[in-house]
Ligand binder design. Structure first.
Ligand SMILES: [Zn+2]
Length: 250
């Protein structure tokens, strides 16, 4: 986890010459192999979906703890559209009764890599959150097309892509969403109710004893662990066996 955070090469990744099919995507060794980026965000056959799913599950659970009837993987939101019939626009569907606009929010989690070629071409190495902005726009472009195809009937939800970068950073729109979550929490608190999770008998740590700190750290740690595990799993699967003398066995 620390090596990924520091951008250092991952142990044994230098031995991998190919992301072998059928379990891998067939790509030949490149820089993204050595720093783990291939497993985290590039390889379609990797475990990168685990990070997405864990983030989705925690967001869903957070809303449920707030007493909100949020739904996970809600289907059928685009069902009136032929070409988009199979798409699921919501990882978590927030009901209109709990959204600031009064209309359901289709929360769509995405994780993107600021070191991808696409992001670097847009100066992600100089400007923060560029990669998140690119991914957000991609998601909204698809949604706007769906909205156009829906015509006069419209769509009965608002699309809210929640983009995180592999560093754990929230995109600009994701930060706005987080602000809405905190406002929802405050709106539900009774006057005089303690804010300390310890006093409320809830899970806490010394640095995560309030609603915001607890859930932000939960999301952050969940992503860091999931990314590290996806890299570990990929390296274990693709690195050749090495004997005690350092010779490759296969
Ligand atoms: Zn691959």
């Amino acid at each position: 986890m620390l090596r990924i955070r520091l951008g250092l090469d991952i142990a044994f990744a230098e031995c991998i010459t190919e992301c072998k099919k059928p379990d891998g995507c067939g790509a030949k060794a490149n820089t993204s192999f050595y720093n783990g980026r291939h497993a985290m965000t590039v390889c379609g056959k990797g475990d990168r979906i685990i990070n997405h799913n864990k983030t989705r599950d925690w967001i869903h659970q957070m809303y449920r703890r707030l007493g909100v009837a949020a739904k996970k993987e809600q289907k059928g939101l685009y069902s009136q559209l032929t070409s988009y019939g199979q798409m699921k626009p919501a990882d978590v569907l927030l009901p209109g009764s709990s959204s600031p606009s009064g209309v359901s929010w289709a929360l769509d989690v995405a994780v993107t890599d600021p070191t991808s070629k696409n992001a670097l071409a847009k100066n992600s190495h100089k400007k923060p959150l560029v990669a998140a902005a690119i991914r957000y726009e991609q998601k909204m472009t698809v949604h706007r097309k769906a909205l156009e195809e829906a015509g006069g009937r419209g769509l009965h939800f608002e699309k809210k892509p929640l983009v995180f970068e592999t560093t754990g950073a929230m995109g600009v729109e994701t930060k706005k969403w987080w602000k809405s979550v905190v406002e929802l929490y405050h709106a539900q608190r009774e006057p005089g109710e303690p804010t300390s999770r310890r006093e409320l008998g809830l899970d806490y740590t010394w640095s995560a004893n309030h609603f915001s700190s607890f859930w932000l750290q939960t999301l952050s740690l969940c992503q860091a662990v999931a990314l590290a595990e996806s890299v570990d799993s990929w390296v274990s699967h693709h690195a050749p066996c090495v004997d005690v003398l350092g010779s490759i066995c296969e």
